[in-house]
Write a protein that binds this ligand. Structure first.
Ligand SMILES: [Zn+2]
Ligand SMILES: [Zn+2]
Length: 288
């Protein structure tokens, strides 16, 4: 079985370019931003552009269920009631609609920061944001493809929501419908204290995931090594095998049968040490 293995790729010059970028590197899965991730305002998605994208996707050899959109950086869905919170909810709604237009099945969301108001308040704001956005999306009557929101774990920076698997499980329970799934980032997991650098650590972790959120809810993995130490709460991605998780951890993880069907997306740096192609080659060499 071929692993679904790819990268977060650029949409620079138009959203269709992402498919070219992904296939040029040899991806069998990929992730994009649907717009500039550092701005609140997004250019409208032209119908022609969306059509071309969908056509391109059907023609390339990448499965539709291996493609994801990542939310832009500015929204904070756990923020206390404020203008910025309202803008965050609107952005989430827009992004769900854009995924629908592009027929992309997954939207990865960061769970945000409670900004000192406490975890309980943050989670209740987050749940409200997700429910409001899904309702707004359903009201428009777009039902061709049902977009799933994937809750991404955090590295556990100050005030952040979702660095513990149990917390994500709790949020899934509060949301309570099948509109949601989970995306786990290996760098964030390691930084949050889950040791993925050895066989025992990985075995225990996957057991834990299965006993809490359930393997069936794990829809995507962000495959990144960690520049920071175990439990450092640092969100600093590094080249696969060259960070603190290390070669052994990734060798064991990507060959584990429990996750073989899940798309793996790398968000690794591009620098003088390695580019995307080199990280992909490196990982491919591990696959048994
Ligand atoms: Zn992310
Ligand atoms: Zn990260």
């Amino acid at each position: 079985m071929t692993l679904k293995l790819g990268f977060h790729v650029s949409i620079s010059g138009g959203i269709c370019n992402s498919i070219v970028n992904a296939t040029n590197i040899g991806c069998t899965s990929f992730q994009i931003f649907s717009r500039n991730p550092r701005q609140w305002k997004a250019k409208n998605l032209e119908e022609e552009e969306a059509l071309q994208f969908k056509q391109g996707l059907r023609q390339c050899r990448i499965d539709l269920d291996s493609v994801a959109v990542h939310m832009p950086y500015l929204p904070n869905l756990s923020a206390p009631a404020s203008d910025m919170y309202d803008k965050s909810v609107s952005t989430l709604t827009e992004e769900i609609i854009r995924c629908n237009t592009l027929e992309i099945p997954y939207l990865v969301i960061h769970l945000g920061s409670h900004l000192g108001k406490g975890e309980k308040n943050g989670i209740s704001q987050l749940v409200n944001a997700c429910q409001k956005s899904i309702q707004a999306y359903e009201k428009i009557g777009l039902s061709r493809n049902k977009v799933k929101l994937l809750l991404e774990n955090s590295a556990g920076q100050k005030n952040s929501i979702g660095s513990k698997i149990e917390e994500i499980q709790h949020i899934l329970q509060l949301l309570g419908t099948s509109d949601y799934g989970v995306c786990l980032d290996t760098c964030h997991l390691f930084a949050a204290g889950y040791d993925l650098s050895n066989e025992d650590g990985i075995y225990n972790f996957l057991e834990h995931v299965n006993n809490t959120i359930g393997m069936q809810n794990l829809k995507l993995i962000h495959l990144n090594d960690s520049k920071g130490d175990l439990g450092s709460h640092l969100d600093r991605h590094y080249h696969i095998g060259l960070g603190k998780i290390g070669e052994l951890g990734f060798k064991i993880l990507i060959n584990d049968n429990k996750i073989k069907h899940i798309p793996l997306i790398m968000e690794t740096p591009i620098d003088s040490i390695r580019g995307d192609k080199e990280n992909l080659e490196f990982v491919r060499r591990f696959i048994k």
